[in-house]
Design a protein around this ligand. Structure first.
Ligand SMILES: Nc1ncnc2c1ncn2[C@@H]1O[C@H](COP(=O)(O)OP(=O)(O)OP(=O)(O)O)[C@@H](O)[C@H]1O
Ligand SMILES: [Mg+2]
Length: 306
């Protein structure tokens, strides 16, 4: 327990009229963990995020931060979330720096060094003394993220933080998110439609569709499993499968009549040694790469609602 349950979303359901926008959503996040919320338009990503940070209060189920229900609106509880959901409300007539100073102050952070640090790590010095009213979309998004981490929240919630940003900036934001999670022990929840982006930042990905969680993938686990799956090209797939099964290796044929095997306990070298003594010839072997993208597409199709 303890760390496991740093933030717990417990059986959350949200209804608008007759429409179940979220149905029994349950997941949890560890301290300093980065999780991704992925799903198509209208899946319910923004709605979950709004519930987590307290922007929507009318829902069933519960959200606990370190064991405390966020419905108990104590002063401490309110300070625990930093978020960028939809456009943050900055003062257009003030510069970026003045805005940050103002937001820092109202979130209880009086330390200017803290502001300077965040500006530096996010690499947004260039436009800090320009008026926010003259900011581009990317500038607004980045100052939004800066504002969200001021006041040292326990949980940072970013709704599509890299939407519409150029690749260099996406890289900076990615680094920044890893930095706040690792160095400041902030739990981060990010949403996106773009899976590859989430993949590079998160330890865990939650797939959501039509208000329901359809899969939760731990990327660490995924990597180790993927490392042991090999594809064998052979003229005699059935015999190879037989052979592997005799050696307690799970294997099956794919659409192209190749043999896909999970080697787990064996090295590929070991398999070849064993095959040397048999009369099965293998023409080619490669590691199977099932991208999360493919899995995502499959998961979404499997869960097609009638
Ligand atoms: N205030 C509201 N009243 C009624 N329905 C709403 C309201 N807000 C959201 N919804 C509905 O809830 C569903 C989920 O919306 P939500 O914004 O959470 O999706 P999303 O996953 O963030 O989508 P996107 O990828 O487009 O941002 C949608 O069907 C939407 O129409
Ligand atoms: Mg959304």
């Amino acid at each position: 327990m303890g760390n496991e349950e740093f933030l717990k979303i417990d059986n959350v359901t949200k209804v608008y009229g007759k429409h179940n926008v979220l149905s029994n959503v349950t997941f949890s996040i560890n301290e300093g963990e980065v999780i991704g919320l992925v799903g198509p338009n209208g899946a319910g990503k923004t709605t979950i995020m709004k519930i987590i940070v307290g922007l929507i209060r009318d829902y069933s189920g519960n959200v606990y931060l370190q064991g405390r229900n966020i419905r108990d609106k104590t002063k401490e509880n309110r300070k625990n979330f930093g978020c960028v959901i939809e456009a943050p409300g900055f003062y257009p007539g003030l510069t970026g720096y003045e805005n940050l100073k103002y937001f820092a102050k109202i979130s209880g952070c009086e330390d200017e060094k803290e502001i300077d640090d965040i500006i530096k790590v996010l690499k947004i010095e260039d436009f800090m003394h320009k008026k926010v009213g003259k900011y581009s979309l990317g500038m607004k998004q980045r100052i939004g993220i800066a504002q969200a981490v001021l006041g040292k929240p326990d949980v940072l919630v970013l709704d599509e933080p890299t939407n519409g940003l150029d690749p260099n900036v996406v890289l900076e934001i990615r680094k920044f998110i890893k930095y706040v999670a690792q160095e400041k022990k902030i739990a981060v929840i990010i949403s996106s439609h773009i899976l590859s982006e989430i993949e590079s930042m998160c330890e865990k990905v939650i797939f959501i569709k039509e208000g329901q969680i359809v899969d939760i993938v731990s990327l660490e686990q995924e990597k180790t499993v993927q490392n042991t799956i090999f594809v064998f090209k052979t003229k005699t797939p059935d015999r190879l499968i037989e052979f592997l099964k005799r050696n307690e290796i799970t294997a099956q044929k794919d659409e192209a009549c190749n043999v896909v095997a999970n080697l787990e306990k064996y090295s590929i070298k070991g398999i070849f040694k064993m095959l040397e003594d048999s009369d099965i010839s293998v023409e080619e072997v490669y590691k199977q790469k099932q991208s999360l993208e493919k899995r995502f597409m499959q998961t979404m199709e499997e869960n097609e609602v009638e």
